[in-house]
Design a protein around this ligand. Sequence first.
Ligand code: ATP
Ligand code: MG
Length: 559
Amino acid sequence: MSTPKPAPDFIRQIVADDVAAGKNQGRVITRFPPEPNGYLHIGHAKSICLNFGVAQEFRGQCNLRFDDTNPTKEEVEYVESIQADVRWLGFNWEDRLFYASDYFEQLYQYALHLIQAGKAYVCDLSAEEIRQHRGTLTEPGKDSPYRSRAVDENLDLFTRMRAGEFPDGARVLRARIDMASPNLNLRDPVLYRILHAEHHRTGDRWCIYPMYDYAHPISDALEGITHSICTLEFEDHRPLYDWTLDNLPVPFRPYQYEFARLNLTYTVMSKRKLLKLVQEGRVAGWDDPRMPTLSGMRRRGYPPEAIRKFCDLIGVGKRENLVDLALLEYCVREDLNRRAPRVMGVLRPLKVVLVNYPEGRAEELDAVNNPEDPAMGARKVPFSRELYIERDDFMEEPPKKFYRLAPGREVRLRYAYFIKCLEVIKDATGEVVELRCAYDPETKGGYAPDGRQVKATLHWVSAAHAVPAEVRVYDRLFTQPNPGEDKDTEFQTFLNPDSLETLKPCWVEPSLKGAAAGSHYQFERLGYFCADKDSTLGAPVFNRTATLRDPWAKIQQAR
Ligand code: ATP
Ligand code: MG
């Protein structure tokens, strides 16, 4: 894209300075470290674009590492979806797929090292007691009575923890740092806990599991990560990251840098909340097109290029903020405007009969596939006596400024002819069910030889040729800009009851009969749509990706 590159963000500046200073012989190795306890979301995309992007720009490498230290919440399904999503976003870890669980034995050996050096001890306090001993931001903590256990006893107990002699929660291994530290994370943090749980990769080989703050720096060191980039909530953990590495004979010394996470309006992003939406059946799964997950956005029809562009535009900073969802939608529209072929489809059909068009006749009209890109060519669209138009495009008593079809009025049918409404047919309830119109054969192609003008151009399909389709019209999932903000109200309270409207049957032009799942279209005048995986031949299903313009932006401007 041709926009000029802005100044590098602070992370890229740090990396550039390190490279210029010859640090690590100019090598740059980053990693993206998801915990496989859910599907990736748009926030993760920011982290992926940053980590893989920095590696690419500095001719380095980015590893994909599963931070799989919590067996009770992690699943193979997540491991697989995460890999598929990172690839889809357009990034490649080549042969560098790692798991923190690959390092369990090394992590254990390092723990023995800390114990031998008097820097870790086995503590028998319960989780609750540990919390009580920890103190507060204004009060120092209290030493555990087990803090001065002899090295031999610690070694013995820790070995037996590993051997499975104790039940869950009976003991933990803690770092011996400083119970009076102003940083609570340094008040003898837990390094290992007992968990008799099956791990998706190591099975029942382990019944003690390392904590994130211990496993993460060591994993980084073992992989030679030069810049360990994470979100701001880990800033307070950095002293523990450094302590761990400074007290172990690790083969390499990485450094941690923190950036502000992405928050988006009308969106919840925590995997815990997203899992709730799935479990409570509020959405049809992790890949529901309303979800902020990458798989949901893919299904909705968001191209990976648009998501990358969005991540580029929001930049990387140190201050938390809330990005407008409209910006992401803007990136999606920009991208699809260039690539999506134009087609015609009618979502809420109203039948039109052209009384002066011969019965049984049909003709093929030329339609442009993309006015933005002549290389995309043209196609033929069938036209005949009976058509469908959009119900909204007709009003029996049109108010001022409604220029579309009305009794006695003439409009243009896109790529076809002028038609004039002669008669309105209603059913017993008074609902309009059909329009009788006349077409002007002289206006083929959409222009009148006598120069007369019409004020509206409508999309349409030929009833005899159109394919029935289901269309799922999506709107934002929440009604509040920041649904997670109010801690006293459950975020589900703000779910938008109208976030999905299923329309059926809709009628689309015959070229869409076998639309392949994932293919993008612009339905003229309606928006961008993407064929869903539920489609079958002759019965396509489309998800509305985005409207053509942002209706919310207009509302905002009007304020
Ligand atoms: P969540 O809080 O949504 O459950 P998480 O931080 O627990 O996410 P991880 O799997 O640990 O999820 O995240 C992997 C990486 O993605 C981490 O480095 C994390 O900092 C980063 N990340 C997670 N959420 C965001 C976000 N909203 N914006 C930017 N980066 C994020
Ligand atoms: Mg996390």
